[in-house]
Write a protein that binds this ligand. Sequence first.
Ligand code: F6P
Length: 368
Amino acid sequence: MTQSVKRIAISTGGGDAPGLNAVIRAVVLSAVKRGWDCVGIRDGYNGLLMPEEFPSGGVIQLTRKSVRGITHLGGTILGTTNRGNPTKFPVKGADGKIMEVDRSDELIEALQSYGVDSLVSIGGDGSLSIAHHLFQKGLRVIGVPKTIDNDLDRTVVTFGFETAVAFATECLDRLHSTAESHHRVIVVEVMGRYAGWIALNSGIAGSADVILIPEIAYDLNKVADKIRDRERQGINYSIIMVAEGAKPKDGHLSVIEHEIGRAERLGGVGDKIGRDLQKVTGKEVRVVVLGHLLRGGSPVSFDRLTALRFGAAAVRAIDSGENGVMVALDPPVVRYVPLAEATQRMKTVPLDCDTILTGRDLGISFGD
Ligand code: F6P
C-alpha cells in the first residue's frame, strides 16, 4: 500500500564509512522521482537538537543538485557524530558533571515541525538502536546498515567494509617488502571494535603470518613460536595483523578512554604486542596503526553499488508502507528485516567459518 509521503529526512550517525554519500544520493534521487521532498539533518541529530551550532541551518534541503557527483566521495555531506545519541544526550548539570538525558520526544517534535513524515537513518548498531527507539515512539523509520566493522547482524555485509578491507590489504602488500628487506616483524593494528572481520579478511588477502582477532584470545608465546618457526625456515620477517579488539588469554581489551555519551575507544593493543614480541623474540619490531585511514577515501565499486542499492531500497520500503525495518543484503536480493532483530546482537566472526578454516589451512597462526 502506498503511503502518503511528503518529506523524508536523512540522518548519518556514528563513525563515517565509505559509501554514505552514495546512500544519500540514492535516497534523494529515488524520493525526488516520486515527487517527495528530502532534507538532511546535520551531524547525526545535532542539527535538530543543537540548532544554534549550525549558522547555515541544522537541516538542509536535499535536491538533485545537492547530490550530484557525490557517489565516489568518502565521508558524508551531512556530517556525523558519535556523541549525539538523542536517547542519552550528554548534558552538563548544574554541578558541572555530564549526565545523559533522553531527548527523543523533543527530536520527534522537531522532525514534525519540519513536516517530516519518514526518517532514513544510516548508521551502525548505535544509530540503528536509536532508529528502533524512534520507531517505537511512533516515527516512520527505515534503517540502512553502515559500518566498516561489518558487525551488524541480519545483513551479509555492511557498506564501507570492503573499502576498509581493500585498503588494509594494500597496506599489507606494501609492508611485506620493507619487513623482508629489514628482517623485521611488523605489527599492523586495524579497527573493527569487538569484531575481527577487517583483520581477518585483509589479513588473509594480504598474507599476514599471524592474525589476532577479538573472537580468539591470543597467547603471545604462540605468536612468538610462529615467528621463530619462520626463522627456522630461513624467513626472517613476519607480518602480524591485529584487530583493535584483540585480547590476550587472561588479559583484557585495550581501551584508550571511556567518555559518557559515547562508546569506549579501543586502541593500543598493537603497541603492546609489538613491545612484548620484541622482548620475547629479540627481533626488531615496528608497529603500524591504520586507524582512521580505513574510514577514508573513495568507496570501492562493491560498496558504492551496495550503498546505492540500500538507498533506493530504503525509499521503496517507505513507498510500500514498510516501517521499523532495516534494508539488508541477502544476495542476490536486498531484503527488509525488523530493526528489533537487526540490533539484537553483534555479528562477530564465527570460529568455524570458512575464512578462518582457510587461514588455518594456509598455515596462518591465530595466536591460539
Ligand atoms: O565503528 C567504526 C569505528 O571506526 C571502529 O572501528 C572504531 O573503534 C571506532 O569507530 C573509532 O571511532 P572514533 O571515530 O571515535 O575514533
